[in-house]
Structures are given as structure tokens and as C-alpha cells.
Design a protein around this ligand. Structure first.
Ligand code: F3S
Length: 398
């Protein structure tokens, strides 16, 4: 790879041990992918934050990195942890788990990583612009950044994102290059797409059938942020998709429209989506928990849930997951109180997938998230039933 003087200095250790270790990792990565050079990034989103996901080996890696004494060079945010960092006792994790999770938090703090603990950094101020290069590791946020915002990022791992944070750059390959951002499958559908769940099912199906593609969606429906988030998370769960285009919605779609005559086509019907929902739902009866917030909820969704629960009493356990910022806004607006009065709980910093819910005795979950339905059975042995948010809230009240 061709390195600048500054990058050579980092590699030789003239800018500290942390920058050197970061550069070594990035150069090795760049060589694997035949990158010609490094490219500067404006922000980093780090995954591999939950003690459940990274275990003792990951904790040692982070403490070791923090012990090198460096600080991150660009604004860097982190994915959800394995528990609500303040209300972990109420959340129910063991003291041993909490101690290790808090050590991970201290390591990030030492490295000057922002303590955000959310998978939606773009909702809390880390929102890159069209054409901006970033190094993000959270897969759902990677798809959102590339597609909805038009920023450029590969799907980083926890260590490669951390290295990018210390070096302020990443190898220039993959989604950073325009030739890799062209669509290669056109998706058309006659299915009814009225809810974030429907977009999740569509994304899951496309990821499953064309898992390494750049899909171009042509739909007749208009959609908002929640639907886009659901689509992004699902595309990245069943496949390795990092970018999609959508007619009239995503910023780069128009520039690739003339290529569509020459790409493969996928037609999705209503029954395809219904079959997908059945395939992802492996429990029919009562569930232990109704859970929303995968990806983390924004303030509009928390408000919606509060509105539905106002003057109602839940008969089932219902938890929602969001970021610290959204939680604070929801508290100020009285939504947290309304949800608590109905018997629900609003947790922050964590989510259903990266927290050890199975150790809390939870075996079955109802959710509107295809990503949760994809990962929970294999990671936690938890069975999932999918439904729309409104259907499930109604059920949890009844
Ligand atoms: Fe976010 Fe956890 Fe889902 S990190 S996308 S809420 S699995």
C-alpha cells in the first residue's frame, strides 16, 4: 500500500504505541483487500462492546489497547453493551457480568471513546453527509450510513473500527470506491408494505437470496425512517449487504438508474413475505417478553408506544430499548413515566441480542425485528414470534 509520511510515522511508532498497533492492523487489512492507499474517516462506530459478545478475550484486548496510552483521533461512538450500565441490577444481570461490562466501559473511556452505547449513532448527532468516509462496525448502521445518508463505509469489525479510530483512517477499498456501489439486482414487489416489519421481511428475503449484492428497490409505497431502519437491519442480518438504493428515496439511486436494464431481477410477492414471517417465527404460544428496539428506538417510536399504553395496564412483560439521548428526551416528555405506569420498562445502553436475556430466564420473545428473530435463536437459544408493533402491544395489554 502507498502510505503518506504521517501514516509511515504511525507505522514506525513515532506517534505512539496505540497508533502503531492500529496502523499495523489497518495495513494488514488493506493488503488482504488489495487497497492502494488509506482514506481519512470523519467518524467511527465501534462494535464488540457487550461482555456477552466478546467475553474475557475481548475484555483483555480492549484493556490492553487502552493500556497503550493513546486516544482516538476522530469522534468515536460505541454499540450497545450487555446491560443498562446504571440500572443493571433492575435489568437482572449478575454482579460478575456487571463488573466485567463496567471494565469494558472504563477501557473505552480511557481511550476517549464516547459512551453512547447505541446502534443508531445517526440519531444522536453522528450523522455523516453524502460522500463522507467513515468506519462503522454496526451492520445495520453501516447499511443506513451507506444507503440512506450516502456516506461510505465498509462493514468493519470491532478491532478494525477501533484501529480506524486511533489512526483516523481506513484502507480504501470496498464501499469506499464508487465502482463497488453500483446496483446489481433490481427488486420489485407487489406486496403491501405498510409497517416497519414488512420492510424488515422484504430486506431479510433479499439478504437471504442475494446476500452479497447491492440491491436497487423499486416500490410503490412511501416510507419513513423507521421503515428504512428495519430494512437496513434485516438486509445486513440474512446477508452481508452493506448498501442498497431505492428509487426516489436514497441519494445515489438516480445516478445508477440507467444501469437497471442490465442487472438481475427479483420479484417479491405478498406470499413470499408471509412465508418469510412464518419461517422467522418459531413460537406460537405465550411469550416471556414483548421487546421493541432492535435497532434502538427513536423518540417518535417511544412516543407512539407511550401513546398506546396510556391509561392501559400491561398483562405481559414489555421492555423497550433505546439510546441514552432518546431515553432522556423520553423522560423529559413524560413517555418513560407513562410506559412505567402501564407496567413496561424502558432500558438504555443495551438490547435483546447483546444482553444475556437467557440467563434471566427468558426463553421466548415477541418482537417486530427481523434482526432479533435472526440472531436470538442461534446466539441465545431464545425463540421468537414476529408481529407488528401495534399488534404486539395490543396482545401485551390483553
Ligand atoms: Fe442494535 Fe442490538 Fe439490534 S445492536 S440492531 S438493537 S441487535
Amino acid at each position: 500500500m502507498k502510505l503518506t509520511v504521517q501514516e509511515e510515522e504511525m507505522l514506525r511508532g513515532h506517534r505512539g504505541k496505540a497508533a502503531q498497533r492500529a496502523m499495523e492492523l489497518l495495513v494488514a487489512l488493506g493488503e488482504v483487500f488489495y487497497a492502494q492507499n488509506m482514506i481519512e474517516v470523519s467518524s467511527v462506530q465501534i462494535s464488540g462492546v457487550s461482555y456477552k459478545s466478546i467475553g474475557d478475550a475481548g475484555l483483555d484486548f480492549l484493556e490492553d489497547f487502552a493500556g497503550l496510552g493513546g486516544k482516538v483521533q476522530v469522534p468515536s461512538t460505541v454499540n450497545p453493551a450487555g446491560m443498562d450500565l446504571d440500572r443493571w441490577q433492575e435489568f437482572g444481570v449478575s454482579k460478575e457480568f456487571a463488573d466485567k461490562q463496567l471494565r469494558i466501559a472504563r477501557a473505552f473511556d480511557q481511550m476517549s471513546v464516547q459512551q453512547t452505547y447505541t446502534c443508531v449513532p445517526y440519531l444522536i448527532g453522528n450523522e455523516p453527509k453524502l460522500g463522507e468516509h467513515v468506519a462503522w462496525a454496526e451492520s445495520s448502521a453501516v447499511v443506513y450510513a451507506n444507503s440512506v445518508l450516502g456516506a461510505r463505509t465498509n462493514r468493519e469489525s470491532g478491532p478494525s473500527a477501533l484501529a480506524a479510530a486511533f489512526a483516523g483512517r481506513t484502507p480504501n477499498y470496498g464501499m469506499h470506491l464508487v465502482e463497488n456501489r453500483m446496483p446489481n439486482v433490481l427488486v420489485e414487489t407487489s406486496a403491501t408494505l405498510k409497517d416497519p416489519l414488512h420492510y424488515g421481511l422484504l430486506g431479510y428475503l433479499v439478504g437471504k437470496r442475494h446476500g452479497k449484492s447491492v440491491p436497487y428497490f423499486r416500490t410503490r409505497e412511501s416510507l419513513g425512517r423507521e421503515e428504512l431502519q428495519s430494512l437496513c437491519a434485516a438486509l445486513a442480518s440474512s446477508g452481508m449487504i452493506s448498501l442498497f438504493h431505492m428509487d426516489g428515496i436514497t441519494p445515489e439511486a438516480a445516478s445508477f438508474r440507467e444501469l437497471l436494464n442490465s442487472v438481475e431481477r427479483l420479484y417479491v410477492t405478498q406470499s413470499d413475505l408471509e412465508a418469510m414471517q412464518s419461517e422467522l417465527s418459531d413460537v406460537e404460544s405465550d411469550v416471556d417478553l414483548y421487546a421493541f428496539g432492535c435497532p434502538h428506538l427513536g423518540i417518535a417510536e417511544v412516543a407512539h408506544i407511550a401513546h398506546r399504553l396510556k391509561n392501559n395496564r400491561l398483562t405481559k412483560r414489555l421492555w423497550i430499548f433505546t439510546s441514552r439521548e432518546t431515553h432522556q428526551r423520553a423522560e423529559e416528555k413524560g413517555y418513560v413515566k407513562t410506559i412505567s405506569q402501564a407496567g413496561g420498562k424502558v432500558f438504555r445502553d443495551t438490547c435483546v441480542v447483546v444482553s444475556p436475556l437467557e440467563e434471566l430466564g427468558i426463553r421466548t420473545i415477541a418482537s417486530n425485528s427481523c434482526k432479533a428473530a435472526h440472531y436470538l435463536p442461534s446466539i441465545s437459544g431464545i425463540k421468537v414470534r414476529l408481529g407488528t408493533m401495534d399488534e404486539l402491544i395490543e396482545e401485551a395489554i390483553r
